[in-house]
Ligand binder design. Structure first.
Ligand code: CDP
Ligand code: CDP
Length: 227
């Protein structure tokens, strides 16, 4: 079973996808981390983020891989260096949507993501999973929540981790990224026709996870009925 989870920034995709994958014993693939990893590499070099050919050259010379860490959490590596923390940096967050808008970059990432998902039994989260990466996924979920709620979630997370955080700035950054992601020409953030939309504004993490789990179980039962 392939489970695709899409939605705007801070809707809870990765938190819920991780829990779901753990409970089901599936592989979890964080596609946003891959765009972030390339953005980090680009910011560290002299690449112009608006120039697709420069980014493609960099992407061809950059190895982006996932490995399980000691605590079982998935870690991401750029050229064998663990960048799992560095890719969450504010600078990366505020530039990643520029990198992700380029057609050739997306083609490369999508093909890597499809390869990672080849073995099946996977939970993958991102923006275009249900529409482009896994268009035949058995379960497609589109998570949304109000901008205020999403900014508050990120704010809480920042405060808990001891980072400087301002709620109004976070709201602006989230709005800006959503706009770039939704309005780009190549595979924009959009709900797949056959995705189930869940508004998580007033839902806890476990409520969201349990609701998706029940959708997965229903799907399993209906697939078994067909065979
Ligand atoms: O976790 P958060 O919502 O902050 O973002 P993310 O999932 O880490 O994704 C970071 C950025 O990568 C998004 O804002 C998109 O610009 C891009 N992205 C994408 O274009 N397609 C994907 N499948 C995943 C991420
Ligand atoms: O991956 P995405 O950007 O969609 O969101 P996330 O990083 O999974 O979640 C953003 C924050 O919201 C995390 O701190 C989650 O713990 C929190 N969250 C929440 O409070 N309630 C939910 N229903 C889902 C996530």
């Amino acid at each position: 079973m392939r489970i695709a989870i899409d939605g705007p920034a801070a809707a809870g995709k990765s938190t819920v996808a991780k829990l779901l994958a753990k409970e089901l014993g599936y592989l979890y693939i964080d596609t946003g981390a891959m765009y972030r990893a390339l953005t980090l590499a680009a910011l560290k070099s002299s690449v112009d983020l608006e120039k697709e050919h420069e980014l493609v050259e960099l992407a061809n010379d950059t190895s982006i891989t996932f490995q399980a860490g000691a605590d079982g959490q998935q870690e991401i590596y750029v050229n064998e260096i663990n960048v799992s923390k560095a890719i969450r940096d504010k600078d990366v967050t505020n530039h990643v949507s520029i990198v992700a808008k380029h057609r050739l970059i997306r083609e490369k990432m999508v093909s890597m993501q499809q390869q990672l998902a080849e073995k099946g039994n996977v939970v993958m989260d991102g923006r275009d999973i249900g529409t482009h990466v896994l268009p035949n996924a058995e379960v497609k979920i589109f998570l949304i929540a109000s901008v205020t709620e999403r900014a508050e979630r990120r704010h809480k997370e920042n405060v808990e981790n001891g980072f400087d955080s301002d709620l109004e700035t976070l709201k602006d950054e989230i709005r800006k990224r959503d706009q770039l992601d939704s309005e780009r020409d190549v595979s924009p953030l959009v709900k797949a026709d056959d995705a189930i939309e869940l508004d998580t504004t007033s839902m806890s993490i476990n409520e969201v996870k349990d609701q998706i789990l029940s959708i997965v179980i229903q799907k399993e039962v209906s697939e078994e009925g067909k065979s």
